[in-house]
Design a binder for this molecule. Structure first.
Ligand code: ADP
Length: 395
């Protein structure tokens, strides 16, 4: 069956058409600058990449053009061939613990969490509505970034602040990247033939989060009320002392919004190195002796190593550590830096196994106390698989 996996942003729409259960990517693409000048879309199919510059006044027009293109390019021969559309939804609050079939009533319930993810949820919902309009007879499924983390207990998801903040204002840890962590846990559990694994899953890309999983249940995760918390990232600070905001607001006469924006977009690797948020650029500068780049890399690796050590304690000893996403899958330098900094856990990198990119591989020695695997993530596939499951149940 053919399933569309979709990620709608406020002015963009990414899609992947996947054949299941074979897991083949048939076509993929990106609609950009929706509602803006110079909008365009790119479709990849059969090893070719076709870019079209056309007006895309809103998401419905983009979806219509996508379906027309799939038909015109004979990627599908009728609309009925698409048996489900799976949507990445960022925030489902405490309410959505798994993927759901989307109806207008469910969308209204999801919209309650717009305040918790103002940049993402309204855009996700807009994408769903556009597909409902163009493909009214096709099942639409919502797959939440937060859902996998709903197994966390109060001891982990609460912040030690007045309890009222949670009861009245829903201030708690939600966690993100859940679809990726769930995919990684599934992949490593299948590989090792166990469903009772204690996994520390490190998703290290431009954004990054680390999750402690026991027997398929999330025990704790490093992102929090928003994706700003946890480890240092490409442009995000990760954990900082909350009082810094009040102090900086007074000192710099910047607003809380401006400062929060700086913590999200101008901090992390970019903030410290002053060069780039991309670990490749920072690595190159560090190799050329740039001191701030060297410092940024060291801080980055240490924050990740410290979270791994903390979660190893929380899990009372992990069975396996996994690395994924842009940095985890591709940067042998950062992999080595992180593993060297968790040597106290008995982790030993086998350097002869570390020189590769983007594959599922074990990178530790046989006598490493905890094996470390690089596991490429595939959120689109996970979304498509959830969609297939619900589509089959509702045939
Ligand atoms: P996102 O969080 O946007 O999904 P990705 O998981 O795609 O991010 O990760 C993007 C980041 O991965 C880049 O900013 C870069 O730092 C890093 N990256 C990608 N390729 C490489 C590479 N070959 N070597 C080192 N780092 C890489």
């Amino acid at each position: 069956m053919k399933i569309l996996s979709v990620n709608a942003g406020s002015s963009s729409l990414k899609f992947t058409l996947i054949e299941l259960p074979a897991k083949n990517v048939i076509a993929s693409g990106l609609f950009e600058k929706i509602g803006l000048a110079d909008s365009c879309y790119t479709i990849k199919y059969n090893g070719e990449k076709i870019t079209t510059n056309e007006a895309l006044p809103d998401h419905s027009v983009a979806v219509k053009k996508l379906i027309d293109a799939l038909l015109n390019m004979q990627i599908i021969s009728s609309l009925e061939e698409i048996e489900g559309v799976g949507h990445r939804m960022v925030h489902g609050g405490q309410e959505f613990s798994k993927s759901v079939i989307l109806t207008n009533e469910v969308l209204d319930r999801i919209a309650k969490y717009n305040e918790l993810a103002p940049l993402h949820n309204p855009a996700n919902i807009m994408g769903v509505k556009a597909f409902m309009k163009v493909l009214p007879n096709t099942i639409q499924v919502g797959v939440f970034d937060t859902a996998f983390h709903t197994t966390m207990k109060e001891t982990e998801f609460l912040y030690p602040v007045p309890y009222e903040w949670y009861e009245k204002y829903q201030v708690r840890k939600y966690g993100f990247h859940g679809t990726s962590h769930r995919y990684i846990n599934k992949t490593i559990s299948e590989l090792l033939g166990r469903n009772d694994l204690k996994v520390i899953s490190c998703h290290i890309g431009n954004g990054g989060s680390i999750t402690a999983i026991d027997s398929g249940n999330v025990v704790d995760t490093s992102m929090g009320f928003t994706p700003l918390a946890g480890i240092m990232m490409g442009t995000r600070s990760g954990d900082i002392d909350a009082s810094i905001l009040q102090y900086m607001a007074k000192k710099s006469s910047k607003s809380l919004d401006q400062l929060t924006n700086e913590l999200n977009k101008e901090s992390g690797l970019l903030g410290i190195s002053g060069i780039s948020s991309d670990s490749r650029d920072v690595e190159e500068a560090a190799n050329n002796g740039n001191e701030k780049a060297i410092l940024a890399q060291e801080m980055y690796a240490r924050k990740i190593a410290n979270y791994i050590a903390m979660y190893n304690n929380l899990l009372n000893g992990a069975d396996v550590i996994t690395l994924t996403a842009g940095v985890g899958e591709n940067s042998k330098t950062m992999r080595k830096m992180i593993l060297d900094r968790i040597a106290s856990l008995g982790v030993k990198l086998d350097e002869s196994k570390n020189d590769f990119r983007g594959e599922l591989r074990l990178i530790t020695t046989d006598d490493s106390k905890i094996p470390v695997y690089v596991v490429p993530t595939d959120e689109e596939l996970m979304i498509a698989m959830d969609t297939m499951e619900l589509a089959l149940q509702n045939r």
